[in-house]
Design a protein around this ligand. Structure first.
Ligand SMILES: NC(=O)c1ccc[n+]([C@@H]2O[C@H](COP(=O)([O-])OP(=O)(O)OC[C@H]3O[C@@H](n4cnc5c(N)ncnc54)[C@H](OP(=O)(O)O)[C@@H]3O)[C@@H](O)[C@H]2O)c1
Length: 287
């Protein structure tokens, strides 16, 4: 039996895949385009296309666990509906454990993100675990790297935010561990980093690691939206960027800070500064 990692070459999925492989397990990566790292078998799966939901099982492959990853912002079609249909297919083919990547701000009783998938796993009493991570440190590679490379600045509209930022490396390991666990007693946990980090502190860490002064500048929400929309790799519409800014306002008001120190949370090992050291080449100045 194998483990199936959905979400193609997602950041956390690839860490989970490596973790399982290192533990001697067979891993198959479900991908829209088959572009997966060397050494992994891939199968077709596209949350936007219901005709692909049976494909991971078409070769007779069996899976003991599946990691469910949806893209940020979901899509134009109701991805949750298709993920739920996939869960039914997977159960029919003997899958006995589902690990869902959700988020700390996703209320499972609500409509946002993968809430409906989380509700479904509970309603059907399936063996499952929902990871609810706070902000990924790795967001810096996408949302702030351009400003750091070009202007030595991190621009935010969240001067008061204190966030237990978590690295993708820690989240992926937690996903792998949840897939391998003998028994799951608590079915959902917030996933936090080992310390609260402000954007001023992130700038100080980057200053130390990069050996040049990085400054946190507080700008208007409109400027943050403009920054997000100007990063082609993010591919965010103005409406989605505005939505992210609204979520940022909740973070600024303490939504993530309040989670730090609560019981029954998964706490990662990597600090922001250790993470920055690992990725420092991504912040080298533009020439
Ligand atoms: N960033 C944060 O701070 C944060 C915080 C909490 C929760 N989250 C959640 O974390 C998730 C993202 O996790 P991640 O960073 O590990 O993923 P990621 O690196 O953003 O990758 C998502 C992957 O989804 C795949 N994908 C896109 N559209 C798809 C579709 N229609 N069908 C199947 N696969 C599709 C893409 O893979 P291919 O291109 O290879 O097909 C892509 O690599 C999101 O659900 C987000 O809400 C993020």
């Amino acid at each position: 039996m194998s483990f199936l990692i959905t979400g193609g070459k997602s950041q956390t999925g690839l860490v989970a895949a490596r973790f399982l492989k290192d533990a001697g397990k067979n891993v198959v990566i479900a991908s829209r385009n088959g572009l997966v790292p060397d050494g992994y078998v891939s199968v077709k799966l596209d949350w936007d296309d219901p005709s692909t939901l049976e494909a991971p099982f078409a070769t007779g492959q069996t899976y003991q666990g599946v990691y469910l990853v949806a893209p940020l912002g979901l899509g134009v079609v109701d991805i949750c509906k298709n993920i739920i249909a996939f869960i039914d297919v997977a159960v029919k083919h003997g899958v006995s454990r589902f690990v869902l990547l959700s988020g700390s701000m996703v209320d499972k009783a609500g409509e946002y993100g993968v809430a409906k998938v989380h509700q479904y796993l509970e309603e059907k009493k399936l063996d499952h675990f929902a990871l609810q991570p706070t902000m990924f440190m790795d967001n810096f590679l996408l949302t702030y790297a351009k400003g750091i490379r070009e202007k030595d600045v991190i621009e935010t509209d969240t001067p008061n935010a204190k966030i237990p930022m978590i690295s993708v490396k820690d989240i992926g390991r937690f996903a792998g561990e949840a897939l391998l666990k003998d028994e799951i007693n608590i079915t959902e946990m917030k996933v936090l980093g080992p310390e609260l980090v402000t954007f001023d502190q992130a700038a100080e860490s980057l200053t130390r690691v990069l050996g040049r002064k990085i400054t946190h500048q507080v700008v208007s929400s409109e400027k943050v939206v403009e920054n997000y929309v100007s990063i082609p790799k993010l591919g965010w519409s103005k409406a989605f960027a505005q939505f992210v800014v609204v979520a940022g306002a909740a973070v600024n008001a303490g939504s993530e800070e309040r989670l730090f120190g609560l019981p029954n949370t998964l706490v990662g090992k990597e600090t922001f500064e250790q993470w920055a050291e690992r990725f420092k080449s991504s912040f080298a100045p533009s020439t």
